[in-house]
Design a protein around this ligand. Structure first.
Ligand code: DC
Length: 227
């Protein structure tokens, strides 16, 4: 069977996960959040007191890491060596750990097959940074979502406030810019749009507008593909 795969890439806070989740529900596809996998590695590295930029020591930890992704009622849950870390990976500090470990080639190689396997056995919407360029270069549809750093920081700030965080908007914006720089400037699989990706700037968009625009685009491409 030929499986449909939708690649959604873009910087942090562009709305990738919220939009992908909704579109997956509408289309009946499996949503795979690949950032969660890098975050899970980040949790392990933090637990072991290793500097996430220390490529050699991070690589040495990899054989001890077993990551599982399970989908429960359409929700993705992450397990690290059998422990559910779904909530821990969302801690603010883990964003930095994930961004740092994701620049290490050994980490990317370690996680690549796991991501590809999902797309070989399911219709998927996968979101990340390098899905259209590296993980699924033959994806049925590739979308690159962007928005200004200020717009993205504002959304992330509201999300964190809703969770009870006392972080300031300025801190979120600064972290966002640091991560953008980190994710775009790294030598391996940097954040960039695939040549054949559709670019969508969601600055100022209401969530529903982005969801409809993307669903429409996907439905059209998928039906073109299957006629
Ligand atoms: O999407 P996110 O913010 O949860 O991702 C956390 C970090 O993981 C992000 O800073 C970059 C990295 N990442 C990556 O390098 N490649 C992916 N496919 C997904 C995430």
């Amino acid at each position: 069977m030929n499986y449909i795969s939708i690649a959604i890439d873009g910087p942090s806070g562009a709305g990738k996960s919220t939009i992908s989740k909704e579109v997956a529900k509408k289309m009946g596809y499996l949503y795979v959040d690949t950032g969660a996998i890098y975050r899970t590695v980040g949790v392990f590295v933090r637990t072991h007191g290793v500097d996430p930029r220390d490529a050699e020591n991070v690589a040495a930890l990899l054989p001890q890491i077993k990551i599982e992704m399970r989908h429960v009622d359409g929700m993705q849950r992450m397990y690290l060596n059998g422990t559910d870390v779904t909530e821990t990976i969302r801690e603010h500090e883990i964003s930095r750990y994930a961004s740092d470990v994701s620049a290490i080639p050994a980490v990317r190689a370690f996680l690549l097959e796991m991501q590809r396997k999902f797309a070989q056995t399911n219709h998927v919407i996968m979101d990340g940074r390098d899905i259209g360029t590296v993980v699924l270069p033959n994806a049925t549809v590739k979308i690159f979502l962007t928005a200004t750093a200020e717009d993205r920081a504002q959304r992330r700030y509201l999300e964190l406030c809703a969770k009870g965080s006392d972080i300031t908007y300025e801190q979120v914006l600064e972290d966002m810019k640091r991560r953008d720089e980190n994710d775009s400037a790294r030598a391996i699989a940097p954040l960039k749009a695939a040549d054949d990706a559709v670019l969508l700037d969601t600055t100022g968009f209401e969530l529903e507008q982005s969801i409809s625009a993307i669903t429409e685009l996907i439905e059209k491409r998928v039906s073109d593909e299957t006629v």
